[in-house]
Design a binder for this molecule. Structure first.
Ligand code: CU
Length: 354
């Protein structure tokens, strides 16, 4: 475990959320059934048993039971879990306007939580993305007292957004809660970009190696280059050379993944490659957002990746059906809704720039 311990401990928080089977550098139990069957209404009958794979987070039996419930649902899908609730002061933000966005985390005692355990140098990580997986922002709100968090926020264009708060209340497990935000106006969602192995941002090219695998740990390496030359002097950002957020297409289930190794541990190079161990809860498409720092600036490279051999995007399959539907009207008994892996069928292969 040595150097991976910190990462492992962090990921353990995710393990609670993802069914207690996620781990780094250790054996991982099967999670496929759990993940596939995980929906808020899927029932909780097989939840508690999975906690045996998650030895750390204990308190009273009540807390264990709460962790068991949380294990049923991936992170970020719930506004309230394990007794904690995200409470925004407003959930409507005019597009293009910078606002002082404020919210609180309400604790099991019904009062705003004021004490948090820092994770990767911050007490709370705040991720905002539009529902079509564009406009990703990774922000760090400030505590204003009385359990109020404040962050300057601009929703760049109209649409429905999801905001995630990734935090660990003092004495409790790390968790990610999610809430909806609206930017009123004409919303035209962009199709999910096709899976790619390279992404460019600000003159940097980031290459992705490795594949996501549903229900088990997979190794991803993201390599940064600039002008054709590998970048070997990445700068630590929040205690790591890279931070990776994965959001599941279809419902924006949230995974915050940290790299294998950290700056100054004597074995982790400052690029060009940043290695992550991650586990996604199900087959499907994911949007990956890599934050890395170089030349004093944090940039985000974005990728679409698929897990479980899902063919994305399926311009040729489902849309063929849609084309047979007159005037774009969807039949309410559209067969596509019966397909278990339906989400990707709504995409086409058009790439879009970031
Ligand atoms: Cu953060």
């Amino acid at each position: 475990m040595n150097g991976a311990t910190k990462v492992g401990a962090y990921v353990l928080g995710l393990a609670v959320v993802f069914g207690g089977a996620l781990g780094v550098g250790k054996a991982v139990g099967p999670v496929g059934d759990t993940a596939a069957g995980t929906s808020p209404g899927a029932g909780t009958s097989h939840g508690a048993g999975h906690d045996s794979a998650n030895p750390a987070k204990t308190g009273g039996t009540g807390e264990t039971a709460q962790a068991g419930r949380a294990a049923e649902v991936p992170g970020g899908l719930q506004v309230s879990a394990a007794g904690y609730t995200l409470m925004p002061r407003t959930d409507v933000v005019e597009p293009g306007e910078s606002v002082d966005f404020r919210f609180s985390v309400i604790g099991p005692d019904g009062r705003p939580v004021t004490r948090f355990t820092p994770q990767h140098e911050k007490k709370l990580h705040f991720i905002v993305v539009r529902r079509d997986l564009t406009g990703f922002q990774h922000l760090h709100p400030e505590q204003k007292g009385d359990g109020v968090w404040s962050v300057p926020l601009t929703l760049p264009a109209a649409g429905e957004y999801r905001a995630f708060a990734d935090f660990a209340p003092e004495g409790a497990s790390g968790m990610t809660l999610g809430m909806d935000l609206s930017a009123p106006g004409d919303y035209r969602p962009e199709p999910l970009a096709a899976p790619v192995r390279t992404a460019t941002v600000d003159g940097y090219t980031v290459a992705l190696a490795g594949d996501l695998a549903p229900g088990r740990t997979s190794r991803l390496t993201l390599s940064v280059s600039k002008g054709g030359k590998p970048v070997t002097d990445l700068e630590p950002y929040l205690g790591a050379y890279g931070h990776l957020v994965a959001l599941r297409d279809g419902d924006l289930a949230y995974l915050h993944v940290h790299p294998d190794g950290e700056p100054g541990d004597g074995r982790t190079a400052a690029g060009p490659g940043i290695t992550f161990f991650t586990e996604v809860p199900s087959a499907g498409a994911y949007r990956l957002f890599l934050d890395f720092k170089h030349g004093g600036t944090v940039r985000t490279a974005e990728f679409t990746a698929t897990a479980g051999g899902v063919a994305v995007p399926a311009t040729e399959s489902a849309p063929a059906e849609e084309e047979n539907t007159p005037a774009g009207e969807e039949s309410p008994s559209d067969g596509a809704s019966e397909a278990p892996e339906g989400p990707e069928t709504s995409h086409n292969s058009d790439d879009h720039s970031h």
